[in-house]
Write a protein that binds this ligand. Structure first.
Ligand code: MTE
Ligand code: MO
Length: 313
């Protein structure tokens, strides 16, 4: 994992290039050019504080693939649908994240308040979809625990539930998509508080494209991709294991934990192998062995000691 730190970024500093260019023109006209550095320019000056744990022959996947081959069922069930449909969605502004449930201090945060909580980092993570394809992505964000600790969970809080924003006017209906909306995911409290669990607000040096979960998403690199919920606007601390979308859809196929596990096959396909997108002959992808916990076992295996991971899939 590569972590780069940057002090005091506001959400508006993580700026899509086009918006940034327009803003710079505006600032130049008003005589304050140079005050607002784009995120990419600041990122270039960030220092690397941890070395990558990618294998020697693993490369960052191209931005074109990561933003063009997506699962975001609210915007269509085909892999190309989100890239076509999600950009038409105007992300509500201000974006708020409502945090409540079993907490001492329920609170609603806007993006700028969230950006003030911790320095933004770039983290290069492997991503393994339950459908046996994988990518490597340079995310921008910081550990979710920086946000969660603000509300002071009570002793009753054992799990954390996450909701995706839902607007039936622009997104599919649950009937069309085949899964319930708002999309829901959940983590055990220790998983949610783990340093690897990322609250992502950008990738490849810019804000997230809508199809990748703008403006704010989770990235949990040792779990199958569907745990990494997009466009989060609600976080609820709860006592009992929450009902999550894919586990509700097919409990025998998708469990609550969904840790990457090459030994526990999906009922309809093997999980021992994966196809790394964009590599190999004509970029058709190369087959790789899937690694337990997606290769992050040294950091996360301890959370599951004593648990039967064939039963708790
Ligand atoms: N709200 C929402 N979040 C979601 C999904 C979705 O359909 N809706 N799909 C999940 C799945 S299956 C995967 S593999 C990842 C894909 O993230 P990416 O498109 O950024 O690669 O998003 C996850 N988060
Ligand atoms: Mo996925």
């Amino acid at each position: 994992m590569i972590i780069r730190h940057s002090p005091d970024l506001r959400y508006s500093d993580v700026t899509p290039k086009q918006v940034y260019l327009n803003r710079r023109r505006f600032l130049a006209a008003s005589g304050v050019a140079g005050l607002a550095l784009p995120f990419a320019a600041r990122a270039a000056k960030l220092s690397t504080t941890k070395s990558s744990n990618l294998g020697g022959n693993e490369k960052v996947t191209s931005k074109e693939i990561v933003s063009g081959y997506n699962n975001y069922y609210e915007f269509g069930t085909g892999k190309q649908d989100p890239a076509e449909n999600a950009p038409k969605w105007k992300v509500p502004s201000p974006w708020t994240v409502q945090i409540g449930g079993e907490v001492m201090k329920p609170k609603t945060f806007d993006l700028d308040a969230i950006m003030k909580l911790a320095p933004v980092e770039e983290r290069i993570y492997r991503h393994r979809c339950v459908e046996a394809w994988s990518i490597v992505v340079p995310w921008i964000g910081f550990s979710l625990n920086n946000l969660l600790k603000q509300v002071e969970p009570t002793a009753k809080a054992k799990f954390v539930q996450f909701d995706t924003y839902y607007d039936p006017k622009i997104m599919l209906s649950p009937r069309e998509a085949g899964i319930p909306f708002p999309y829901k995911e959940g983590l055990r409290l220790d998983e949610a508080m783990h340093n690897l669990t990322l609250l992502g607000m950008g990738m490849y040096g810019e804000t997230l494209p809508n199809q990748n979960g703008a403006p704010l998403r989770l990235v949990i690199p040792w779990k199958y991709g569907f745990k990494s919920i997009k466009s989060v606007n609600k976080i609820t601390f709860v006592e009992t294991q929450p009902k999550t979308d894919w586990a509700a859809y097919a409990p025998g196929e998708y469990g609550f934990y969904s840790n990457v596990n090459p030994k526990r096959d999906h009922p309809r396909w093997t999980q021992a192998k994966e196809r790394r997108l964009g590599e190999g002959f004509l970029g058709r992808g190369i087959e790789k062995d899937t690694v337990m916990f997606n290769g992050y076992g040294d950091q996360v295996a301890g959370m599951y000691t004593g648990m039967d991971l064939m039963k708790n899939y």
